[in-house]
Write a protein that binds this ligand. Structure first.
Ligand SMILES: [Zn+2]
Length: 281
């Protein structure tokens, strides 16, 4: 069944300065990969998230603060890309999706934001999916920066199992509210990262979710800015592990941190290849 790629050329033109350079070259590589030549992987043009939906997720004060921000339009389009991907998966038009973005989302709380994030794309998408009657979600945040904005939305919501693999220390599991954080120290390598992911997915195994989101930051690559030491081999293995854990349920990868063009050019097509079931060939 279909893998939907949601994309808009504005992500590469008007996206946040650190994030935008990777967008067009990685999309180009995806187009040249052969993956989109058939009908299994198709590209859909993102549309801005409806304002009334974004206003349900964020406070009026935050919406007012964003009014004059230079990234407002591309942030709405980024959230719209994730909403579109989520709707397609929720309505079984696609089995899984990869949503491109021009700004990130996981540092956006209900009432504030920082770190290249303006609107919380995943929280807005969950708002939309709940309008459609879907209640329970798994969020796997593999971006090396702690997803504090997403946690702000869902910390008390036991119907959202929120996993954070972040650069930090310690391990914390709140089984009542379904939050799990594991700190991976500076220089974390593939094996440590994948072991932590495996343990996290095992913890979530009995959680009966309907749709899973992956907050995919490739700033975890050793050449990128996140402080981890992952190599290219980590990304398809990560995607495969998550895909197996999610099984027949819907799965949406959301592009998050990362600035290195050559990392995005390889890591993104590799993830899409796994989603399409054509990994490793
Ligand atoms: Zn990050």
């Amino acid at each position: 069944m279909l893998v939907a790629i949601t994309y808009h050329e504005d992500f590469g033109k008007n996206g946040f300065s650190v994030l935008k350079e990777r967008v067009r070259p990685s999309f180009q590589k995806l187009m040249e990969s052969g993956l989109v030549d058939g009908i299994e992987v198709q590209v859909f043009r993102a549309k801005p998230a409806p304002l009334e939906l974004v206003e349900k997720a964020h406070t009026a004060a935050h919406m007012a603060n964003m009014q004059a921000d230079q990234y407002r339009e591309v942030a709405l389009l980024s959230a719209g890309s994730v909403v579109m991907a989520a709707e397609m998966v929720a309505t079984n038009q696609a089995r899984s999706a990869f949503a491109y973005t021009g700004t990130a989302g996981h540092h956006a709380s209900r009432g504030s934001c920082w770190g290249f994030c303006y609107f919380n794309d995943v929280a807005i998408s969950i708002e939309r999916l709940r309008e459609m009657g879907i209640e329970r979600f798994l969020i796997v945040d593999v971006d090396p920066h702690f997803g504090d904005g997403t946690r702000d939305f869902f910390k008390d919501d036991a119907n959202v199992f929120h996993i954070n693999l972040h650069s930090g220390t310690g391990e914390e599991h709140d089984p009542e509210r379904n939050n799990y954080d594991i700190g991976l120290t500076f220089g974390c390598n593939n094996e440590r990262f994948l072991d932590a992911l495996k343990s996290a997915l095992e913890l979530a195994r009995d959680f009966d979710f309907q749709i899973a989101f992956v907050i995919f930051g490739h700033d975890s690559h050793q050449d990128d800015y996140g402080g981890f030491n992952l190599t290219f081999e980590a990304y398809p293995r990560m995607a495969q592990m998550i895909k197996e854990a999610v099984g027949e349920k819907g799965l949406i990868f959301v592009l998050s941190g990362g600035s290195c063009v050559h990392v995005a050019e390889r890591a993104i097509p590799d993830v899409v290849r796994v989603l399409s079931g054509r990994w490793p060939s």
